[in-house]
Write a protein that binds this ligand. Structure first.
Ligand SMILES: [Fe+2]
Ligand SMILES: [Fe+2]
Length: 456
């Protein structure tokens, strides 16, 4: 599975909320193991359904962001999913979306084929038995975590309850057999009903093509899907240009253009901070090993930047880069991120890829174009032995060096599931050994001077 099938970035120059959320939705696709552009295509599908249903512009605006952010909580259950299945979480997530869970036979086949892949027979059998006995409870737990988390992220981003509730109820089914609340019929918010159908349409379209989509949608009308939403979709699907609109070229721009014109939200510096903070939480939720990491690196970065004399404005700008420096980790399986022991060479390569993914994701946004390179270079070293590019000292900016010192400091001092926190004095001594090779001396001195302000 290729994490990023990158397509050319074409966006409007104006700083609208839709352009930023649209670009960041690629990070959510990565976490779900789905083809790049999944969330954007869901938005395309769902907005056509909303128009067929005669939604007014206010309702369409809520639908628009429900569709783009339906997977905002997706990283929060990745670690648990991996713990239960023992298989690459991104693969499990991707393939599960093709399963009609109303069919016990299909569900059973999925569990058999996706549990403990590559593990011993003994371990596979134990895991399968555990899932067979407790599957219902586990599924409710996984979906509750994901839905609640996603809804909270939407609220934190400043969206209304209509958006949050659409995300919260994404996995409820028309027949009442969905999760987590087993809502049925009209008790399920319309945005959630449309988002679920859009999701199924997109995954079947990407995996199997148009014909299979129409079969699957008709088959699930009245069970998973509201029949009225199905009818609206079938009408929309016959409109000229509907299927062509799903192609990758120019997708992001097309999605920006279908935002209800009267509801386009322009954003300012404060909203940009809020967005970076919210997506940092999405990143940090991916693994128990990195809980709170991005937020702490951001705090250390902004204090060190000010200690070094960077302006208030530049420090604030750099803090956003620190918040999002590891966003590419969303594209790395928890099978690697959560592995307690030593990583094999190929696993290490998969971890290292996160830095390049960060650059690609952030680089999709014109507003982050400079920051993308600066933040994504946080594993480069002054001696040229870092990654992803193996840059040398003269190619590594002071801003990157600040994030690097903050990142390393947190990596050493933070408590991990497998070890306690390393005391600050010992951490600084360890960092001193890397002075001039991995760590910039001035940045390290600034960090040391900043320790009291940071509460150490
Ligand atoms: Fe990193
Ligand atoms: Fe990091």
């Amino acid at each position: 599975m290729s994490p990023l099938d990158l397509v050319p970035v074409t966006t409007t120059d104006e700083l609208s909320l839709s352009s930023i959320i649209g670009a960041l939705s690629y990070a959510l696709d990565l976490t779900e193991g789905l083809p790049a552009g999944h969330s954007l295509r869901c938005c395309w599908i769902g907005m056509h359904v909303g128009q067929q249903l005669g939604m007014d512009s206010e309702a369409q605006s809520h639908l628009y962001y429900t569709l783009l952010l339906k997977d905002a909580g997706c990283s929060s259950n990745a670690a648990r999913l991996f713990e239960l299945y023992g298989t690459d979480d991104r693969l499990v997530k991707r393939d599960f979306k093709l399963v009609d869970t109303d069919s016990l036979a299909r569900l059973g086949r999925f569990v058999m084929s996706h549990t403990g892949v590559g593990k011993t027979l003994h371990e596979r059998v134990n895991r399968i038995l555990n899932l067979a006995r407790n599957g219902e409870q586990f599924a409710t737990e996984l979906i509750t975590t994901r839905c609640e988390r996603g809804a909270n992220i939407a609220l934190q981003l400043g969206f209304d309850e209509q958006v949050a509730n659409g995300i919260r109820c994404l996995d409820e089914h028309w027949n009442g057999r969905g999760k987590p609340a087993r809502l049925d019929g009209h008790a399920i918010p319309m945005n959630a009903r449309i988002a679920l159908l859009s999701q199924v349409v997109e995954v079947f379209h990407s995996a199997e093509g148009c014909e299979q989509v129409l079969d699957e949608v008709r088959k699930r009308a009245g069970s998973w899907f509201d029949p009225e939403v199905v009818d609206a979709f079938l009408l929309a699907s016959r409109q000229p240009g509907f299927w062509e609109g799903m192609r990758n070229e120019g997708l992001q721009l097309r999605i920006e253009q279908i935002e209800p014109a009267s509801k386009v939200i322009r954003i300012d510096e404060d909203r940009l901070d809020t967005i970076a903070e919210a997506f940092a939480q999405v990143v940090d939720a991916k693994s128990n090993f990195t809980y709170g990491h991005s937020a702490r690196v951001a705090t250390y970065t902004s204090v060190v930047a000010k200690t070094l004399g960077l302006s208030e404005e530049r420090s604030r700008w750099l803090r956003r880069g620190a918040l999002l420096h590891d966003i590419g980790k969303l594209g790395v399986s928890n099978a690697v991120l959560d592995k307690p022991g030593r990583l094999e060479a190929d696993e290490w390569e998969r971890v290292k890829a996160h830095a390049a993914y960060s650059e690609q994701i952030l680089g999709r946004m014109a507003i982050f174009s400079e920051l993308a390179g600066i933040a994504a270079a946080h594993h480069e070293r002054l001696d040229g032995k870092g990654y992803p590019r193996g840059l040398t000292a003269d190619q590594i900016s002071i801003e990157t060096r600040i994030i690097t010192v903050a990142d390393i400091f947190d990596a050493i001092t933070a408590e991990r599931p497998y070890r306690g926190a390393i005391p600050v004095a010992e951490s600084i001594a360890m960092m001193e050994k890397e002075r001039g090779t991995a760590i910039d001396g001035d940045c390290l001195d600034a960090l040391k001077r900043s320790l009291p302000e940071l509460g150490f």
